[in-house]
Write a protein that binds this ligand. Structure first.
Ligand code: AMP
Length: 396
């Protein structure tokens, strides 16, 4: 048995799960928030109990040290070397790192060279890696990349119709994100169906605060809705998804704002929150919509329409689909959203069973027995994927 730590480092946060592998048993999980600010919050869950501590945590290294010492204090580990590997969720590997790998100086240099491609996330990811390397210098660090699963897309799917030199010299192309989730969920769905991944075509709808759709043909990603950045695709909690790019210059002139400011609005103040003016949280929108708020309803319907558009497009692109799967916060927990989307793609032969669909956070078939395309809810588990790849790489 090996203890593996799965880590997701953000600019001021660090989420972690400690798992016993290969059993995939969760030992403990938690999060450090407000790193680098006053009153940082350290939370750890153990045996269903939540332990919280508020203190100033200066930087990620201090957070890592505190986390490891906490594991000893709580008798979860006896010493640091019980942790055999640390797996990091990394947002971007560009076209350079196309698979999970052990992180050495070489990979750190590569990540530093592509930081421009995902500055909001890659910088914090690197900070997390460096913090763990500093505190656990002999423990292997593994990178698991959000972009890796989508490296199987064909040129016709990943290239934009812009001057080719933008791709050649500036790496402008579709990368796709949420790859770890799409891979886990599609593989699990094939397993539930009693098939090998190579035997089925699956459309995965990862709908959370961030959201993307993925066409998984015979186990491989052939297209996905997020692009060069996570801004492309369907509208999300705060992101616009696809818009006419000419709107950027137009609104920049109208509002006297820079391209950077307008892009920030598209990333942080659009989608659910932009259309509804109420909230980026789907629960608030469902409530407001049921009370008759038109803009809340619109925010939901615009997203549902766009998701249905992608499902139909991927159905055609793959030459048919055996299953449509819902995952992530909204996909796993919002039956009405699922029903709305499936009703929009009825023509393809997908039929929801309202009774089966009345579930939250569980793995379940939610289509009728006569539905041509099976529809499932499959809770995602990126941490398990990270731990699986970490385990297999550290023992190679
Ligand atoms: P994620 O980014 O995957 O954590 O998903 C966050 C989104 O999931 C938010 O919009 C939440 O409103 C939504 N969500 C979480 N739990 C529920 C629930 N029980 N019902 C509806 N939406 C939910």
């Amino acid at each position: 048995m090996a203890k593996i730590m799965a880590v997701n480092a953000g600019s001021s946060s660090l989420k972690f799960q400690l798992l016993d592998m290969p059993e995939e048993k969760l030992i403990t999980s938690g999060v450090v928030e407000r790193i680098g600010m006053k009153d940082s919050v350290f939370t750890i869950k153990l045996n269903g109990e939540k332990i919280e501590q508020i203190t100033d945590i200066e930087n990620h290294s201090v957070a890592v040290k505190m986390l490891l010492e906490k594991l000893i204090d709580l008798n979860i580990i006896a010493s640091f070397d019980e942790i055999e590997g640390v797996g990091h969720r990394i947002v971007h590997g560009a076209s350079v790192i196309t698979n999970s790998c052990i992180i050495t100086e070489k990979e750190i240099a590569v990540l530093e060279s592509i930081i421009d491609l995902g500055p909001l996330h890659l910088g914090p990811n690197l900070t997390g890696i460096k913090a763990f390397r500093e505190i656990l210098p002999t423990v292997k660090q593994v990178g698991v990349f959000d972009t890796a699963f989508h490296q199987t897309m064909a040129e016709e799917a990943f290239l934009y119709a812009v001057p080719y030199e933008w791709y050649e010299f500036y790496q402008v192309r579709k990368y796709g994100f949420h790859g770890t989730s799409h891979k886990f969920v599609s593989a699990r769905t094939a397993e539930i169906m009693g098939k090998k991944p190579e035997e089925v075509n699956i459309i995965v709808c990862h709908i959370g605060n961030g959201a993307s759709i993925c066409a998984v043909k015979q186990g491989k990603s052939v297209d996905t809705s997020m692009g060069f950045t996570p801004l492309e695709g369907i509208p999300m909690g705060t992101r616009s998804g696809n818009i006419d790019p000419a709107i950027i210059e137009y609104m920049s002139n109208k509002k006297n704002k820079s391209v950077k400011e307008i892009t920030n609005i598209l990333n942080k103040h659009s989608g659910y929150i932009g259309v509804s003016g109420i909230s980026s949280d789907s629960r608030d929108l469902v409530k407001a919509s049921s009370e008759g708020n038109h803009r809340a309803e619109l925010a939901i319907e615009i997203q549902a329409k766009r998701i249905a558009d992608y499902i139909a497009s991927y159905y055609v692109y793959m030459g048919g689909a055996d299953a449509i799967v819902f995952t992530a916060g909204i996909g796993e927990n919002a039956p009405t959203t699922r029903e709305n989307i499936i009703n929009r793609v009825k023509i393809l032969g997908a039929e929801i069973d309202s009774e089966r669909n009345n579930c939250r956070g569980v793995e379940r078939l939610i289509s009728t027995d006569s539905s041509k395309i099976k529809v499932y809810v499959v809770p995602t588990n990126e941490e398990v994927m990270i731990a699986r790849d970490t385990l297999s790489l550290i023992h190679n």
